[in-house]
Write a protein that binds this ligand. Sequence first.
Ligand code: NAP
Length: 336
Amino acid sequence: MITDPALRQALEAALESGDLVRGTTSPNPPVGAAILSAEGELVGVGGTQPPGGPHAEVIALRAAGGRARGGTAVVTLEPCNHTGRTGPCSQALIDAGIARVFFVHPDPNDAAAGGADHLRAHGVEATRIDAHVPALRPWLAAVRLGRPHVTLKFAQTLDGFTAALDGTSRWITGEVARRRVHEDRRRRDAIVVGTGTALADNPSLTARTADGSLYPEQPRRVVIGSREIPADAAPNLHRLGFERHPEISAALAALWEAGARDVLVEGGARLASGFLAAGYVDAVQAYVAPTLLGAGHGVLAGAVGETLADAARFTLESVTRLGDDVLYEMTRKEVH
Ligand SMILES: NC(=O)c1ccc[n+]([C@@H]2O[C@H](COP(=O)([O-])OP(=O)(O)OC[C@H]3O[C@@H](n4cnc5c(N)ncnc54)[C@H](OP(=O)(O)O)[C@@H]3O)[C@@H](O)[C@H]2O)c1
């Protein structure tokens, strides 16, 4: 736990910068960094740039310039020790004359790890600190799992329905919750739906601002299933372009190869059940409306198990009120 106010401020700045670049860095992690001068003044902040661009430390060091000498760097991930498309960040910190480095997560990639040791070997104090870095969680899990991290998202009535008996589902939740969905989409590498949803809803699968314009960051649009998707049934998808994969494992493998690390599965019920049955659901976002339908289409297409002991259970991470709706965010216990 960091108690020093300057360090605390630097950590918060680093966390915020990492969060801001989420959705733009894959396959690299969305890292944030901040530099304090020797006098303890916050002189540089940065987030990892898109692949091929500078990492967070380098952006923060550039902003700090000569004021980095003798200063402190706070980084959400251990500085890399790897020469890829960019040089090693550990060396950039040494060259800038940084005296101390605090980092939250060790780098899980063998190729990039060793940054802290490299710093220490060059007389720089390198210390791991404990902090919650939500922006890095999907990336860290994906590296561990060797496939994209999967968040299953759905909007439901209080009694667990995502559509009425006649199939109408727009809209179950209100404006504030729907805005939140679009903000979330822009931070993901891909949005995934089944062919059932593509055919029934003509979705755009884009991240849009309140006035309907597109955010600069757009996730890949992915449809899973083998059925034809005629242009007249899903004109939005055809206009914007989308990827097709016949089934879930192939889709995840292709997405991983394409650099996606953090994907959002938006339904429908059959595809959601397929992801759950295959053990691929790492996190759940349930948007719950204070609405009752009594009967309709459920969140999932069938029973997860015969008895309560077989239920899929998650750890509740947060509960957020969004207008009249509530967002429950949950993670799978063994993943996080
Ligand atoms: N309220 C909400 O949050 C929400 C969100 C999304 C959708 N919806 C509603 O849900 C309805 C569509 O849901 P749906 O269940 O009919 O269709 P779906 O889940 O969107 O698509 C099902 C299709 O996914 C493909 N698929 C590939 N691998 C699969 C696997 N392992 N397991 C299951 N499916 C697999 C199959 O396509 P092929 O048959 O082509 O091979 C399958 O038919 C729509 O009415 C939509 O409005 C509601």
